[in-house]
Design a protein around this ligand. Structure first.
Ligand code: IPM
Ligand code: MG
Length: 356
């Protein structure tokens, strides 16, 4: 049990609503766990900041975050500002600035949740998508010339480095090792993309001998989508490029019931800079301000943050409270088939934290 400094960045859309929910649950945990203390500082960065100052965060934003033990992030995006501006100005700036190279996205059918896969129950979908988070298709390399002319050209270059691929694979192998099934599936598109993707396959082959206790297999990303739907029980840990991991993790979230429950950790595994924790869902303008956003994504994200901070006890307690609420099934938000508000779901989780 220790004290931890948390930077909270609620951001845009429903970000502030769900982050409030998560912080409320964390405050309840603090009260019942002697010696466990969070010092939370909130940073009002995002699209409103951009409208006022022309930047998503201040120039020294990264430096101000560096002293924290973790960053708890809501969502970012605005109907009035191009997505690539909001994304690169805040979330990607933090991920890349702090070398958070491992994007970890567990997907699991929680108790009581009927996902879209017929007859599937808790346990059939139990995956962790490990998404490379600093390079690949999101490297930002490319360019655009001859704007507006018939000969206009736009090029996005996916950049894969041996060091970048080796470190994400090592992370994924280590993670697979800690899981009961110890299976790691590498995803590429090495039939069509014959350079970087072939290098991924090759590095995977080179490394797997070092992890003899981990079973391995490989899939092309298109075939992977069908396997996730048709044979979900055959998968465990999945390692994929930045873009493939982005797409597969949305599919994984949907197959486990809703995008609204899915958590993410953007990890700097070497811990030489803070890691960032955020729900997968975005700003969701259609429901912003209505008080009906599903807080479970932010709550499960808080579990991941606690695990990273070494707080296994509070993490397990919060996860158990979330699962007790989904299992009971009487207080569920709209995306999980219920009619409870954000506050009602949060209170249901918090009351189980107090009682449990
Ligand atoms: C995610 C999101 C982001 C991404 C968007 C908001 C750019 O989809 O976290 O998966 O593609 O990384
Ligand atoms: Mg995504």
């Amino acid at each position: 049990m220790g004290e931890h400094r948390i930077a909270a960045i609620p951001g845009d859309g429903i970000g502030p609503e769900v982050l409030d929910a998560g912080l409320k649950a964390l405050a309840v945990l603090e009260e019942r766990e002697p010696g466990f203390k969070l010092h939370v500082e909130t940073f009002p960065w995002g699209s409103d900041h951009y409208r006022r100052h022309g930047r998503m965060m201040p120039d020294d934003g990264i430096e101000r975050l560096r002293a924290f033990d973790a960053i708890y992030f809501g969502a970012v995006g605005d109907p009035g500002i191009p997505d690539h501006v909001t994304l690169w100005g805040l979330r990607l700036a933090i991920c890349q600035g702090f070398d958070q190279y491992a994007n970890v996205r567990p997907a699991r059918l929680l108790p009581g949740i009927a996902g879209p896969l017929r007859d599937r129950v808790s346990g059939d979908v139990d995956w962790v998508v490990v998404r490379e988070n600093t390079e690949g298709e999101y490297a930002g390399a490319g360019g655009r010339v001859h704007g507006g002319l018939p000969g206009e050209v736009g090029v996005d270059v996916a950049v894969f480095t041996r060091a970048g691929v080796e470190r994400i694979m090592a992370f994924a192998f280590e993670l697979a090792r800690t899981r009961p099934r110890k299976l790691l599936t590498v995803v590429t598109k090495s039939n069509a993309q014959r350079h970087g993707m072939v290098m991924w396959d090759q590095i995977f082959e080179e490394m797997k001998g070092d992890y003899a206790d981990v079973a391995t297999d490989k899939m092309l990303v298109d075939a992977m989508t069908t396997r996730m739907v048709l044979k979900p029980e055959t998968l465990d840990v999945i390692v994929a490029t930045n873009l493939h991991g982005d797409i597969l993790s949305d599919l994984a979230a949907a197959l486990s019931g809703s995008l609204g429950i899915a958590p993410t950790a953007n990890l700097n595994p070497g811990r030489d800079a803070p890691s960032m924790f955020e729900p997968i869902h975005g700003a969701a303008f259609d429901i912003t301000g209505k008080g009906v956003a599903n807080p479970i994504g932010a709550l499960w994200t808080a579990v991941m943050m606690l695990e990273h901070l070494g707080e296994a006890g509070p993490a397990a307690r919060l996860m158990a409270a979330i699962e007790a609420v989904t299992g009971a099934g009487d207080v569920l938000p709209a995306d999980l088939g219920g009619s409870a508000t954000t506050a009602e779901v949060t209170d249901a989780v918090c009351s189980r934290l107090v009682g449990g």
